[in-house]
Write a protein that binds this ligand. Structure first.
Ligand SMILES: O=C(O)c1ccccc1NCC(=O)[C@H](O)[C@H](O)COP(=O)(O)O
Length: 265
């Protein structure tokens, strides 16, 4: 069993427990359920500069503990105040040390928030809305085309956007015209190998009108420039900031370097 299979198997059990503890009806009565969401798609398409989706993540299967002490409120505030287009908050606990409470603590920021989790059941889409998310991630590697459609339709009914994540050409089967944004992962979630050439090749096979998001393993701002020149509009980055003592300051430094590079072009 590869790591993705393990995560999904555990997620199915977790969802069953959550369903037993709280019904969809209960979720729809939660305070944040009726809030109007922010659009990630609009944030990405607004202007020509590179748009960073800045992630709060404590740990990961590939790297173990990345940052066990940085406070979600402080980190996400710094990301937001310094120009992040969107926040990504991990809500998976067993493998990433994230919680739904983390997302709730980041919700005071007035920009889109991506619920970063492994979505396998429409219940989780209701949960995402109830905890204050604006966007959900659907990972093609762990879904069928039918499931992508089903979860996308539920998300849209609730006013959430969908970022569909692809890694291989085979996963183009899961491409559904209704998704809002398409992400291409630089990281193979089964082997953890990172390869930006793979993302660039796959982006060229995707419909040009969908904003493309490059995900994972991005550190050097030159890499963002390379991916931007290839056509990506947004960049999902976590570890590069989170592995430092001060992720907010690391974000500021990165954005300044990136701006200098963009101005020089
Ligand atoms: O990061 C992992 O090790 C991982 C393993 C298995 C499934 C998903 C995984 N990562 C989730 C992500 O998508 C990343 O957190 C995100 O793209 C940011 O990547 P990075 O900038 O490399 O932290």
């Amino acid at each position: 069993m590869n790591i993705l299979d393990k995560i999904v198997a555990e997620k199915v059990q977790e969802v069953a427990l959550h369903k037993a503890a709280k019904s969809i009806d209960d979720l729809t009565k939660m305070e944040l359920f009726e809030r109007k969401t922010f659009s990630l798609k609009e944030a990405i398409l607004n202007g020509d500069n590179s748009k960073i989706i800045a992630e709060y993540k404590r740990q990961s299967p590939s790297k173990g503990i990345i940052n066990g002490s940085a406070k979600v409120e402080e980190v996400t505030k710094a990301y937001t105040e310094n120009g992040a287009a969107c926040l990504s908050v991990l809500t998976d606990y067993p493998f990433f040390g994230g919680t739904m409470e983390d997302l709730g603590k980041a919700r005071f920021n007035q920009i889109p928030i991506l619920r970063k989790d492994f979505m396998v059941d429409s219940y989780q889409v209701y949960e995402a809305k109830a905890i204050g998310a604006d966007v959900i991630l659907l990972i093609a590697a762990c879904l069928t085309p039918q499931k992508v459609k089903e979860l996308t339709n539920v998300a849209h009914d609730l006013g959430l956007e969908v970022l569909l994540e692809l890694y291989t050409e085979d996963e183009l089967d899961c491409y559904y015209d209704e998704v809002d944004l398409v992400g291409v992962n630089n990281r193979n979630l089964k082997t953890f190998e990172v390869n930006i050439e793979n993302s660039i090749r796959l982006l060229n096979k995707l419909p040009k009108e969908k904003p493309g998001i490059a995900e994972s393993g991005i550190d050097n701002p030159q890499v963002v420039m390379e991916l931007k020149n290839a056509g990506f509009k947004g960049f999902l980055m976590g570890e590069h900031f989170m592995k430092t003592n001060n992720p907010g300051q690391a974000f500021v430094n990165y954005v300044n370097e990136l701006k200098s590079l963009e101005n020089a072009h």
